[in-house]
Design a protein around this ligand. Structure first.
Ligand code: GH3
Ligand code: MG
Ligand code: MG
Length: 376
């Protein structure tokens, strides 16, 4: 079977253009700058390949050189898109360096050395592919299992383009036939596969990120920035399981702001919200970063203390209670006073989150009945 090279390149250009338009559209709709980088890169790349394929012979040396440079600029943009996607700044010198290197190489090489030109061009594209793969690799927040296509696709692409360099001696023996050789066909097919494969990877990464963002939003309390009831319960269950396996106890405390309704009534709901925020901050500063803290609902907060003794747990509760009483509440409203009542429960081995919380809740009500502003 013989495949026509120009047709293949045009198909590659059309596929890339459609994917680019799609990326730009989604990037604008969802306001994801990295997708706009990727989309623009694809459109530029597609335009340069299409024009070069259709009109290279009639363009003249300078224009076709410029077209090639635009193609390398597109490769640099793909790399920068992956940087932007991970919250890094675009690398502008790196973006244009490939194009500059190409122009410099063509200016210095003799026009007959077409194989050498193609090799250098492939090398530049391979380098950008490797940089893109490296960028995706260094994103260590995701699991390797999920990230592997993000690394394999650009890495394979780079490898395919490196082949003529690796096999250079073999190819140069047949300079004249190079441009019509099987490699050119292989590259054009590879280009289509790469363009489609990359977009698949991009959307996989974007959807993973969106899911993570929604999950985070669903488990966070926007007022205090802490876990909400759901987030706390989920995290606490995971932690209890882990600690039970390790044979370590987990201690849970629930506390409730005393007479909070009257704080709202006397000082306004906005002041009530400020009190909740400040209590959240006091809670966080009273525990270790490894402990789990959350707003359980209304004016109730929870804290799971890990790997701790009942004595330390008791001390944390006392410190917490004292920190709330001693806080400079008058800076918020003159005459404002805030106290909390705390219920504490230490886990027998293999107690569930629900059992622990119920036990702590029962203690909390004892604390309320005992006159508030105390620990049970
Ligand atoms: P107790 O000492 O028995 O706990 O009395 P309390 O007044 O604190 O308890 P109660 O359950 O009667 O009232 C809780 C109040 O908390 C009622 C509700 O309006 C208020 N509240 C719940 N969520 C919020 C919130 O997000 N912001 C503000 N400002 N108030 C809230
Ligand atoms: Mg209350
Ligand atoms: Mg309450």
């Amino acid at each position: 079977m013989s495949l026509d090279t120009s047709t293949l390149y045009l198909v590659a250009a059309m596929v890339a253009a459609m994917l680019g338009a799609m990326l730009l559209f989604v990037g604008s709709q969802e306001n994801i700058p990295a997708l706009r980088w990727w989309g623009t890169a694809y459109l530029l790349g597609a335009a340069s390949i299409a024009l070069w394929t259709l009109a290279a012979s009639s363009l003249g040396e300078m224009l076709s050189l410029a077209l090639n440079a635009v193609g390398f600029l597109a490769c640099g943009m793909v790399w920068n898109a992956s940087r932007v996607f991970h919250g890094r700044k675009p690398n502008l010198p790196g973006l244009v360096l490939g194009a500059i290197a190409w122009v410099a190489a063509v200016m210095t090489l003799s026009p007959e050395a077409s194989a050498m030109r193609i090799t250098i061009g492939a090398g530049i594209v391979a380098l950008y592919a490797a940089l893109t793969a490296g960028e995706l690799w260094s994103e260590r927040r995701r699991t390797l299992q999920r990230r592997w296509p993000a690394i394999v696709v650009p890495a394979l692409h780079g490898f395919a383009l490196m082949l003529p360099i690796l096999l250079g001696g073999f190819l140069y023996a047949d300079q004249d036939k190079f441009s019509g050789s099987v490699w050119v066909t292989v590259f054009s097919v590879e280009l289509v596969l790469y363009a489609v494969g990359t977009v698949f990877v991009i959307f996989m990464l974007v959807s993973e990120r969106t899911v993570t963002a929604h999950k985070t939003a669903a488990s966070m309390d926007p007022l205090t920035g802490m876990f909400n009831r759901r987030g706390f319960a989920e995290a606490c269950s995971r932690v209890i399981e882990r600690e039970a396996t390790a044979g370590r106890p987990v201690t849970v405390l629930i506390f409730d702001i005393d007479h909070f309704k009257s704080i709202n009534d006397r000082h306004s709901h906005a002041v009530g919200d400020d009190v909740l925020r400040r209590v959240g901050r006091i809670l966080r500063s009273a525990c270790r970063p490894s402990d789990l803290a959350g707003r359980y609902g209304g004016e109730e907060f929870v804290l799971a203390l890990l790997d701790t003794t009942p004595e330390r747990a008791r001390a944390v509760c006392e410190r917490l209670r004292a920190s709330v009483v001693d806080h400079a509440w008058s800076t918020l409203r003159p005459g404002l006073e805030v106290t909390i009542s705390i219920g504490l429960a230490c886990s027998a081995a293999h107690a569930s989150t629900a059992e622990l919380l119920a036990a702590a809740d029962a203690r909390l009500y004892e604390a309320k009945r005992a006159g508030r502003n105390c620990v049970r």
